[in-house]
Design a protein around this ligand. Structure first.
Ligand SMILES: NC(=O)C1=CN([C@@H]2O[C@H](COP(=O)(O)OP(=O)(O)OC[C@H]3O[C@@H](n4cnc5c(N)ncnc54)[C@H](OP(=O)(O)O)[C@@H]3O)[C@@H](O)[C@H]2O)[C@H](O)CC1
Ligand SMILES: [K+]
Length: 556
């Protein structure tokens, strides 16, 4: 798993090392330069003796450093000095008159070129962008002392060292002007003429601790972050601007050491599960298991008007490995479900988890589904006398409007941004879909505070907030998964995963968030498996679940 720690925790962990004179910046910069060199060598791959490709030479490659006023800029300058000593042509564009002295001296000492950027005596941001992008008449004419620029040949790589964990608010000043000009001047992403963009620590201008994108940000192809990942690298929308990641270990003790770690209240703010985490936690049946120990999933979904959601949610629950699936709903829908999945039963009875809401409306004609879902939710929440032990529940789509009481953390809501906005508005918050999409973590946390439930907020990346201290942020879904019925499949999949650990989740409600995050990962992997790199139909995603789970278990 990838653990992300707030900027303040990273700074606190750096302090003792800095006080002890540990050269953290040089360590960070050296590692950054190594990643840049490797990425460049791979982008310059050439045919090898055996017909394959081998890494190409990076000598002479053109490197543009975007340098801000703080230590983030210092990292970029020191990395530029390492690269210049390896024969790369490095130009630092200083976006602030305050610049890291040691880094600037190191770059100059290594023969790097320095261009002061400002709208006055220095190079204009537009001229810098033109030079970096490879247009004619760049900032070469305004270059400070040092090797002359190569007018016309743009940069091969750009290091974004404008601002790091010291950022406050949207990118401003000359740095913002340079980024805005680059967003205009650079070739489109995917164009081979576009330079490789490497964000130093974080893409400059993202919300380091909340993943917001309050202003202009230069999208990165790679983010090299130091000490630990930051929440903003995992959280949407900023996570879509980070490119591939690389975490450089600086020897920071974030959770403390030994007894301190055990006692420390410090936990990562955000976690991203990886395949091996999900594989290790997946419940694999043993010889003593039977369908009831594996978990029975109750599905209240679909209506005569929208039977498909019932088929999709039930199919996903079956294919994900439920011990048994009980479909509850109109006979006609039950017949459609059984026709599609003969393993499903329509008789009532005990379940270990409920899936409520796919495919039925929050109001209007629902064939009695809202009443069925309301009763199931009450039973799941332990509010229905005689209904047996409480069990986890997935509350999706039309069932979200049924939340008229505070829920325990083992109830998991699975709204998209519009549904979450509607839920929050129904509780008096003035928020719309766009606001939720701009700040998913904030609003998912707000929904958890208001309802008590665990909240899985669906979107290009998935955010999960529950009763525990750690949020989850998964970005495993291909864009193709934005298709009708995908949410129904996720609900059924999640129901099966909760049913398999029903008693455990009720006893430890904070674990529902991790299971929900794992479901988001499996959902994304199944979509990829259903049709790698191309469009997928929701039912095919459900169909790919068995193979997806088997592939994950093979990693154990
Ligand atoms: N601690 C270490 O030795 C190490 C740090 N690492 C690197 O350092 C940065 C953090 O450096 P820091 O100097 O604390 O802060 P930044 O460089 O991130 O930014 C501070 C300067 O940026 C200006 N600023 C702040 N917000 C904005 C904004 N929205 N737009 C433009 N400029 C902004 C701020 O300006 P002021 O006017 O407020 O002063 C500062 O000048 C960390 O990210 C690492 O890269 C090493 O990794 C490890 C060693
Ligand atoms: K940066």
């Amino acid at each position: 798993m990838i653990e992300a720690w707030p900027a303040a925790d990273v700074r606190a962990a750096e302090e003792p090392l800095l006080a002890a004179g540990v050269p953290l910046m040089e360590r960070a910069a050296f590692a950054l330069a190594a990643v840049v060199r490797r990425d460049l060598a791979r982008r310059r791959a050439v045919p090898g003796p055996d017909g394959g490709l081998v890494e190409g030479s990076v000598r002479g490659a053109r490197v543009a450093l975007l340098v801000g006023a703080g230590n983030n800029g210092g990292d970029a300058l020191h990395a530029g000095a390492f690269l210049a000593r390896r024969g790369l042509a490095v130009t630092a564009y200083l976006a602030d008159e305050r610049v890291h002295d040691g880094g600037l001296a190191a770059l100059r000492g290594a023969g790097g070129r320095v261009v002061v950027v400002d709208a006055g005596a220095g190079a204009a941001p537009s001229a810098v962008a033109t030079e970096v992008a490879g247009g004619a008449g760049g900032a070469g004419g305004a270059s400070a002392a040092g090797a002359g620029g190569t007018a016309g040949a743009g940069a091969d790589v750009v290091l974004d060292g404008l601002v790091g964990i010291g950022a406050r608010g949207p990118l401003r000043g000359t740095g913002a002007a340079v980024v805005a000009a680059l967003l205009e001047a650079l070739p489109e992403p995917g164009d081979p003429a576009r330079p490789w963009v490497v964000a130093v620590d974080v893409p400059s201008g993202v919300g380091v601790d909340d993943g917001t994108v309050p202003g202009p940000v230069l999208p990165a192809d790679r983010t090299v972050t130091f000490g630990a990942a930051k929440p903003g690298l995992l959280l949407p929308p900023a996570t879509h601007l980070t490119g591939a990641g690389a975490v450089i270990d600086l020897g920071l003790e974030l959770a403390g050491t030994g007894a301190q770690a055990a006692a420390s209240a410090r936990r990562p703010a955000v976690v991203r599960l990886e395949d091996t985490d999900v594989a290790r936690a997946w419940p694999v049946p043993g010889p003593a298991d039977h369908k009831y120990t594996r978990g029975v999933v109750g599905v209240v979904a679909g209506t005569a008007t929208y039977p498909g959601a019932a088929v999709l949610a039930s199919s996903a629950a079956v294919r994900a490995g439920a011990g048994m699936v009980r479909y509850q709903g109109p006979d006609a829908v039950g017949q459609a479900v059984v026709a599609a999945r003969p393993e499903v039963v329509t008789a009532g009875g005990r379940v270990q988890a409920w899936v409520l809401g796919p495919g039925f409306p929050a109001e209007g004609d629902d064939d009695g589904q809202r009443d069925r879902a309301r009763a199931a939710l009450a039973a799941a929440s332990g509010l229905l006398p005689g209904a047996g032990a409480p069990v986890p529940a997935v509350v999706d789509a039309g069932a979200l409007a049924l939340l008229d009481h505070r829920c325990p953390g083992w109830v998991v809501l699975t709204p998209h941004a519009g549904e979450l906005a509607a839920l929050l508005r129904s509780r008096g918050d003035d928020v719309d879909r766009a606001a939720v999409e701009a700040h998913p973590l904030r609003w998912a946390r707000r929904a958890h505070e208001l309802t008590g439930a665990t909240v899985l907020l669906k979107g290009g990346a998935t955010v999960v907030v529950g009763p525990g201290p750690t949020a989850y942020a998964q970005a495993d879904a291909p864009g193709w998964l934005a298709t009708a019925g995908a949410g129904d499949v996720l609900a059924g999949l999640l129901g099966t995963m909760l049913a398999a650990r029903s008693a455990e989740v009720v006893a430890h409600p904070e674990r529902a968030a991790e299971i929900a995050a794992a479901a988001a990962l499996v959902h994304g992997r199944a979509a990829e498996r259903a049709n790698p790199g191309g469009p997928v139909a929701a039912l095919d995603v459900a169909g790919a679940l068995p193979g997806t789970v088997a592939a994950l278990l093979a990693l154990r």
